[in-house]
Design a protein around this ligand. Structure first.
Ligand code: 2E4
Ligand code: SF4
Length: 316
């Protein structure tokens, strides 16, 4: 049987970012140092394959600190936690390691600095997402107002228009966020903020790569989890950049082959929390059905690395 030709445009960069590599390493080193079980508050990163792999090594995942015993170490996920969480762990004299990505911690510090300068904060983020909950939780209740859309900006009630600053989640759509920042600046000309937003290098690079691929791909698949903000944004960016069929898949078995019938080209990328083995699996599934040529579309090079916390450095 002759297979139909298919060109796969493979995005680069894609997949794991430096914050995810560090967070997973923290769990692995903690298991080495303290033995099993080690507790992890929330999925260390939003990926079932990663979480299941760590469960097999002895990690126990819980949603709340209250679900952890006092006498086992606990790790906080890469997304960050409200200040009340390490405070409660310290009060219980627990051993805890914070795997919050340093680029999320940077936003936490920014919020604190603005607040110390007497500014009220506006956070651009997704309601209920753990990073947004963690960042807003750096300041007392009411000090951070959440906006998700330009329409939310129109209805904001602020304490003093002259004393405002904004911060953002790190995994937002660059283009959508620009629109919200514009609305904020139009309504509150004195508002201060970062140069553009707090979207991180990895989010930025992955969105740029998808944008480069979208115009020439008949379909795009993004490997990532349904609760992964950065992965979902890649799907949206692909669609907004003109690709008719842009879909999230967790792994090869999720692919809707019928929907892809007749395609000649496919864009492939993976969110920051999706391991490359799942990309290998997806490409292998296409090779079984098509005569595949892989064309890597590289729009940036990445060489960011983050150190693990000091308490785990000797183990490393
Ligand atoms: C922490 C911050 O935030 P998102 O839902 O995209 O998290 P995910 O775990 O999918 O990706 C890693 C990550 C963690 C991104 N930013
Ligand atoms: Fe850190 Fe960015 Fe990765 Fe999030 S996506 S973990 S902010 S590097």
């Amino acid at each position: 049987m002759t297979l139909t030709p298919l060109t796969i445009y493979l995005a680069a960069p894609r997949g794991f970012c430096a914050g995810v590599v560090r967070a997973i390493k923290i769990v692995e080193l903690a298991l080495e140092k303290w033995g099993a079980p080690v507790y992890v508050r929330h999925e260390i990163v939003h990926n079932k394959f990663v979480v299941d792999g760590l469960k097999d090594k002895g990690a126990i995942f819980v949603e709340e600190l209250d679900d952890c015993p006092d006498d086992r170490p606990v790790i906080f996920s890469a997304h960050g936690v409200p200040k009340t969480v390490p405070a409660a762990a310290a009060k219980r004299e627990m051993v805890y390691v914070d795997a919050t990505c340093p680029l999320v911690s940077k936003v936490h510090i920014e919020a604190e600095r603005h607040s110390q300068n007497g500014l009220q904060m506006v956070m651009i983020g997704h309601d209920g997402h753990p990073e947004t909950v963690g960042t807003m939780g750096q300041l007392p209740e009411g000090e951070v107002l959440l906006v998700e859309t330009p329409a939310d900006v129109a209805t904001l009630t602020v304490r003093d228009e002259e004393k405002l600053a904004y911060i953002t989640q790190t995994t937002l759509s660059i283009d959508d966020t620009a629109g919200i920042v514009e609305a904020l600046k139009a309504r509150f000309p004195a508002i201060i903020g970062p140069h553009k937003e707090d979207i991180c290098y990895a989010t930025t690079n992955r969105q740029h790569a998808v944008k480069a691929i979208a115009p020439k791909a008949d379909a795009i698949l993004v490997i990532g989890a349904p609760n992964s903000s950065n992965s979902k944004r890649l799907v949206e960016v692909g669609a907004a950049a003109g690709c008719q069929y842009s879909q999230l898949v967790q792994r090869a078995k999720d692919i809707d082959w019928r929907a892809l019938d007749g395609i000649k080209s496919l864009g492939l990328t993976a969110g920051a929390s999706a391991p490359e083995v799942l990309m290998d699996e997806v490409i292998a599934a296409f090779r079984e059905r098509y005569d595949v040529t892989v064309d890597i579309i590289e729009t940036a090079e990445e060489n960011v690395e983050f150190k693990v916390p000091r308490v785990l450095r000797e183990t490393a």
